[in-house]
Ligand binder design. Sequence first.
Ligand code: BGC
Length: 715
Amino acid sequence: MMRKLLPALFVALAVVSCGRKASQSKLPNYPKVDSLMKVMTLEEKIGQTVLFTSDWSVTGPSMRPGYLDDIRAGRCGNLLNAHTADFTREVQRIAVEETRLGIPILFGFDVIHGFRTIFPINLGMSASWDIDAIRRSAQIAAEEAAAAGLQWTYSPMCDISVEPRWGRISEGSGEDPYLGSLIAAAMVEGYQGDDLSKDNTILACVKHFAAYGAPQAGRDYNTVDMSERWLREFYLPPYKAAVDAGALSVMASFNELDGVPAHASAHLMQDILRGEWGFEGFVVSDYTGIMEMIHHGYAKDLADAGRLSINAGLDMDMMAASYMNHMKELVESGRVSMKTVDDACRRILNVKAALGLFDDPYKYCDTEREKERTLTDENKAFARRFSAESMVLLKNNGILPLKKGEKVAVMGPLANSKDDLLGSWRGAGEVKSVPASVLDAVKEVTPVGDGASKVILVIGEPWSWTGEAASRSSIKVPEEQIALLRQLKKQGKKVAVVLMNGRPLDLSEESELADAILEAWYPGTMGGYAVADVLFGDVNPSGKLTVTFPRNLGQVPIYHYAKNTGRPYVHPEAKYESRYLDVPNEPLYAFGHGLSYTTFGYSDITLDKTSFKGADVLKARVTVTNTGDREGTETVQMYIRDLVGSVTRPVRQLKGFERITLAPGESREVEFTIDRETLSFYRQDMTWGAESGDFDIFIGTASNCTKNASFTYEI
Ligand code: BGC
């Protein structure tokens, strides 16, 4: 009953719920699409809703037997994984010259953190908190990919996650919806630019819609269930931000939500995405996602699955061959209306038109540009800087930065690995393009040999332990690596641990033993050099965690926007308060934590008023001073707590931040503006808005900062 009522309820609320911006992605009417729609047969329309993969053989991309015939016959209008200018040009030629209507193919690929020049994994990128750099990385990725025949990337991955066991937490931007939204929008802007039809911009795909980052027990593809309120407040904002930024495709997620697989969720695809957000692009399934509804126990066979998906608003079938093989019979038997197929086909053709494919289907396949624009010195120099920016100094007792010229030992299973630097979903990135491992890079700046009293120990997870289908039930560094650290400390060495990994880890022992810990994630093509840049002080680290690092797996889920509970833990010896008997409630490293080689002092917070009303704004200011002896960059963070709400509110929520670079001794005032939108949330009646009441504001270096002030707001 409730399920039946909900969609209607939310459509009604759409009008009032979002004082939030509606989608900017208004598509014009394309006469070419109109004229095609008039002459296309049902089979040809269905063909535009089909997406198949190409393969890769030793010599380069290749096509499965039969797929070229499908393209020729107009049965398959889109391809994924095919790239390189030469190969896509030839396949495009077949589509344009050998099919009845000559509709160009749309070529898609997972360009996730770079195409050939690989940037840090997305969790690492997010730790830079540098929105401009993130946008620039997407722009470079688009330029490289577009020159290799691609027009479509399956990115940005907008899945909020507080689940470190889940391997795909590495592909997202962490736990926070506010930061995640800024990043999602910046990536769309970077990929799509200001004109999708340019030869150096590509179509973004917002994925995985929705809430894929919350699988039960952290096991990939597992059941997701959460309240509509939690979904809307903490999980949906980044997808929406990406849609608002103009993304014209969205990918459904593998999980079910509230008992309905996302691939058949009209609530997600029709009510929310199209109804409330005004999305005008097309929705694609995930890989065989339509077929998987049979295993979910939601569809009885592949035809049934196709019917459920397309009727719920899913336009394109990736790899399930349900639409290809069953859509005709579904339409002819009346189980799917012609209009539904028309709508799906038109949305896809509109996007092809927006990409300029009807004007010049070959503009994305340019061998010259592919050579010129790929892995350029400029791209690599940017990657090196960005990579260093993504690294988070978790601990430092003074051992870092190391001195050039002083002998060090470099050890650990990841020290000499170029492969691991690239991480998972490395696009078309190749190990042969990686100029240096960490060991190689360190050797270029200082003598390396065993017997040195200082050790750089590069440990963590091999890259294949992260990404898709790479969930772990332990979040520890493998035991033999910790044993090596123990042994080195027994020998009296000073040890700087460099971590490569794609999830929050339990570092309880390492944090005790190591003299310093640098979280390097999987830092990409130039990652070896970037690690050395930070270790030897050419770059002062400035990254901040975008996911909470727990003390152990038992604390999971742990995140900074937790609620207070009815029995918050405040008395050290109390039993009947919300606490553990064996570990503190606090995480090992809080969201927002990250050290520098300099130090920053914060003044008290000053407010321009202590109460404000309606559409008025409040200004909160702090003065931040570089109290150390070298230049450094600090991300100043602002959190809000709404003390009493019509529904309970988190004890802290990130609501603003600013990255500032200060010379030694320099001070700067940082100002945050708080308005009604800053204080808004889904109130008890599920409308979006603020409530009158008292608020606390916290400004500081991490989510556990203590400087605070109070104000009241009246609606
Ligand atoms: C992943 C998607 C990806 C798709 C195409 C799926 O397995 O879940 O994120 O875009 O494959 O490669």
